[in-house]
Design a protein around this ligand. Sequence first.
Ligand code: ZN
Length: 307
Amino acid sequence: MKKKIAALAVSIALALSAVSCGKAEKSDENTIKIAYLPITHSLAVLEEAEELEEQSGTKVELVKYGSWSELLDALNSNRVDGASVLIELAMKSKQEGIGLKAVALGHHDGNVIVVSNDIETAADLKGKTFAIPHRQSSHNILLNDALATAGLTVDDLTVTELAPTEMPSALASGQIDGYCVAEPFGAMGVSLGAGKVLFSSEELWEDSLCCGLVLTDKFIDERPEDAKTFVEKYKSAGNALDKEKAKEVAKKYLSQSDEVLDISLRWISYNDLDITEETYNKLAEKVKEYGLSDNPPAYEDFVKNDF
Ligand code: ZN
């Protein structure tokens, strides 16, 4: 009898563990893992995560990273289903054979060239030191565009890659003379009094692309319905992000001061986040012109609009 009870206990335990395993797998299947950096450029995805769970029960697990290289590593190895990422980095990955699709923009405009207070024109950047977050970025393209207004190129100054968080203090200490980076780090330099805006992105490049929402081919192929819902809800979350809502989301995820956010959010918008062929092709031209890549992916291979 005792043996029977023991055997029964074991089988109940096994059954329970099978149930709990099943549950864990099920909740994973329903979760969409999205990587992001805590910047204003990723607010649409942060806003969407909450809305999607409320409306459809699909849970978005936001995975925060401290640098583009760490985020890209997770994206390229399918540890996440997608990311809000600098589009040039995703283009480079695609070019190297990683299965990714860009499905929407991260934002419109929203970048500035910040320079020290003694710099008055682009020509004054000659011989100076300028920081960008990564060679594969619209910040690098915008620097090239700014220099071109004065007939200069990147060969006329020192370009250095710095972590975004270090840029405002590097400008304040005189280690660099200017920078261009995802927000709110430009606004932070302005708010500190370390520098001023020399150009906003739209003055240099109309309808510029910067960050994109990127999904892995694996996720799109294995969960087409979830991918479709996710992209649709993402775009409506972007349309709903007015200045007030954007500030509310930014305060929750970015831990920045009101002053920095008020400056930064004046420069950016999140409505109509489709990636059009015209704007993408303009980006691809700039990528080639400024030497970021000789062979950027074609629109039809990299951008997916047909969900
Ligand atoms: Zn961006």
